[in-house]
Design a binder for this molecule. Structure first.
Ligand SMILES: *[C@@H]1O[C@H](CO)[C@@H](O)[C@H](O)[C@H]1NC(C)=O
Ligand SMILES: *[C@@H]1O[C@H](CO)[C@@H](O)[C@H](O)[C@H]1NC(C)=O
Ligand SMILES: *[C@@H]1O[C@H](CO)[C@@H](O)[C@H](O)[C@H]1NC(C)=O
Length: 193
């Protein structure tokens, strides 16, 4: 029992140090954003089916009372250097909804801009290769706008340089992050015709 308790507290302590962003991803974040696709709770790095991710997730935080507005970015990044980043969402005006899900204080937005949610769709590859999809939650500054230098990347969704975006848009470091993985060429469909 003592040993079990010691191991359990080590595991708990370990989880608070764990990185919420993939190894090598910049910016690195330690605090985990709660992300749910339906009832599926995403722990950082969880491998999920493409079909489970085609509608925008529910997001929020645990044990923290947030106020103000937040900006969510979702960035797809292959592990190989040649892969381009893909902006899967950039959604502004998240605010605390007052609702909870599984202890999570849920944040919601009505905004579909600057870039609406677009679910993971990793290309087929040989050998198979999981792609990372990283969520970053930032405080949203007053009068937030996409900086001119990033408008074409936000519009095309290709090659977003998030560290540079942070600087140019006057954002602080992200508060929370999380990521999931989808296997290359996963073309599972939610509904069979
Ligand atoms: C995350 O936590 C580790 C261990 O406490 C620390 O070394 C690292 O600097 C932290 N990283 C960030 C981005 O806060
Ligand atoms: C509820 O949240 C905990 C972490 O706080 C997680 O381990 C668990 O899987 C979640 N359960 C559901 C049903 O979302
Ligand atoms: C939230 O706080 C409770 C009570 O202090 C604690 O047991 C729990 O582990 C915390 N959950 C998270 C995800 O930090």
């Amino acid at each position: 029992m003592m040993l079990f308790t010691a191991v359990a507290s080590l595991l708990l302590a370990g989880s608070t140090w764990a990185q919420s962003t993939p190894a090598g991803f910049t910016p690195a974040v330690n605090q985990t954003l709660d992300v749910y696709y339906g009832t599926t709770f995403i722990t950082p790095g969880l491998m999920v089916k493409k079909s489970a991710t085609q509608r925008a997730p529910t997001i929020g935080v645990t044990n923290v009372t947030l106020t103000g507005k937040y900006l969510l970015a979702m960035i797809g990044s292959g592990d190989a250097k040649k892969r381009r980043t893909v902006l899967h969402a950039l959604l502004q005006d998240y605010t605390p909804s007052g609702q909870t899900q599984n202890g999570t204080s849920v944040l919601t937005t009505r905004a579909t801009t600057p870039s609406s949610y677009f679910g993971p769709a990793p290309p087929a590859e040989n050998p198979l290769h999981p792609h990372n999809y990283v969520f970053l939650l930032h405080e949203q500054p007053a009068n937030f706008a996409v900086p001119a230098a990033h408008r074409s990347a936000v519009q095309s969704r290709f090659d977003i340089d998030w560290p540079k975006f942070i600087t140019d848009a006057g954002l602080k470091a992200p508060l929370y992050a999380n990521y999931l993985r989808v296997q290359s060429g996963d073309n599972t469909k939610m509904f069979q015709a």
